[in-house]
Design a protein around this ligand. Structure first.
Ligand SMILES: CC(=O)N[C@H]1[C@@H](OP(=O)(O)OP(=O)(O)OC[C@H]2O[C@@H](n3ccc(=O)[nH]c3=O)[C@H](O)[C@@H]2O)O[C@H](CO)[C@@H](O)[C@@H]1O
Length: 366
């Protein structure tokens, strides 16, 4: 008998792609076949997917972005994508279709609806993205990364948390070495695409730390490719040892080895920090829809695992003060690390798997 097929569709940021990767890893492990569709942006994050994942690219089309021509071209592109997805699903009859948000998930979800296949979505944030909002009442369930989520009428929400990748789970609750008089790791991450504001402020903040802290610091800083040189130069000018890269592929190891993480507050970043359990200073992206990154960050702040600096208040002096408070106080740092564990949902992937299996068994028509 042929293995059951899971079709997943995800938009072009790490934020949509990494939870999909976690589900792919788990379902392949259970003997399912897994097919993923994303756009050319999402394709940048497929390197970590298990090799047996069948990956296809759909043309990205956002009716909400770009100039008039791009907007006019969006509808035919989406229609072509849906037609091709209908053909593929009619031929292969997937057992379940899961959308992870973003415009590239439209063709798969629309085709699954047309063919009345069992389907669901996963929303990483407490506030639904545009595509998920549209499909939420028309799928069997909305798996929610953050609870309670704001759901439209008729949607069936289930709390799952945000699944983290296998490499992160392997370091769940990794022993935390508190800050002290030895080389300490400071990790700076701006989400899947890097964050310019962190490149502008963090090197000066590190330089402003008292000598006994600064002298022990080793910095790993994720900066956008175009900012890499100047960030490297800024650390070098202050005599600070720093490794600057546009993307760290071994992020699980780096988080687990860090005494402190400075980060944006995207959903998977928060999930990774809690599952591994590390103290953090969070600077939410203020322009995120509905300010959802501030909501994400507050969960950790209220748990005692992180401090939050709004973008509007971020400067080198304020940040240096916060770094000093955590790295200069090992007991507080250990408590923050434990508090982060306490806020984790380490079985988020299993919860998502359970929903997929239930849906498959029901063969449900929502
Ligand atoms: C600017 C923006 O709109 N961001 C959104 C986007 O975030 P974004 O795409 O930045 O995604 P997340 O913060 O959710 O996830 C980033 C992931 O990349 C990993 N990582 C990061 C840096 C690195 O060098 N290597 C690496 O592996 C992190 O550990 C994390 O697992 O999608 C998220 C989920 O919908 C939202 O919550 C965010 O608000």
């Amino acid at each position: 008998m042929k293995a059951p097929l899971l079709v997943m569709a995800a938009g072009g940021t790490g934020g949509h792609m990494f939870p999909a990767q976690a589900l792919a890893e788990a379902m392949l492990h259970r003997g399912w076949r897994v097919r993923l569709s994303t756009d050319s942006r999402g394709a940048r994050y497929t390197g970590g997917f298990p090799h047996s994942t069948e990956i296809s690219e759909v043309q990205s089309a956002s009716p909400a972005r770009g100039g008039t021509v791009a907007k006019l071209l969006a509808a035919p592109k989406i229609a072509t994508g849906i037609a091709s997805a209908v053909w593929g699903m009619w031929r292969d009859r997937p057992s379940v279709v899961v959308g992870f948000g973003g415009y590239p998930s439209i063709p798969a979800l629309a085709a699954a609806e047309f063919l009345r296949l069992p389907r669901m979505i996963h929303e990483q944030n407490g506030r639904l993205g545009r595509v998920n909002l549209r499909f939420a009442p028309r799928v069997a369930c909305v798996a929610c990364g953050v609870w309670p989520a704001e759901l439209p009428a008729g949607a069936n929400g289930v709390e799952t948390g945000n699944p983290v990748r296998k490499a992160v789970l392997e370091r769940a609750q990794a022993a935390y070495i508190p800050p002290g008089d030895y080389p300490m790791s400071l990790l700076v991450i701006g989400g899947s695409q890097g964050a310019r504001i962190l490149s502008d402020v963090v090197p000066d903040a590190v330089a402003a730390l008292p000598g006994h802290l600064r002298g022990h610091l080793r910095v790993a800083h994720q900066a956008r490719a175009e900012d890499g040189e100047r960030v490297t130069a800024a650390y070098a000018a202050h005599g600070i040892q720093a490794e600057v890269k546009p993307f760290f592929k071994d992020i699980a190891r780096r988080i687990s080895e860090a005494q402190l993480v400075i980060a944006r507050a995207g959903a998977s970043t928060i999930a990774d920090l809690t599952v591994i359990g590390r103290p953090a200073i969070l600077i939410p992206y203020a322009a995120a829809a509905g300010d959802h990154q501030t909501a994400n960050a507050r969960v950790l702040v209220e748990a005692g695992a992180a401090t939050l600096i709004p973008e509007s208040r971020l400067d080198a002096e304020v940040l240096a003060g916060q770094i000093g408070l955590i790295l200069g106080n090992p007991d507080a740092a250990v408590q923050m690390s434990h508090a982060a564990w306490g806020a984790a949902i380490p079985d988020a992937t299993q919860r998502l798997v359970a929903l997929v299996l239930e849906l498959s068994e029901r063969g449900a028509k929502p």
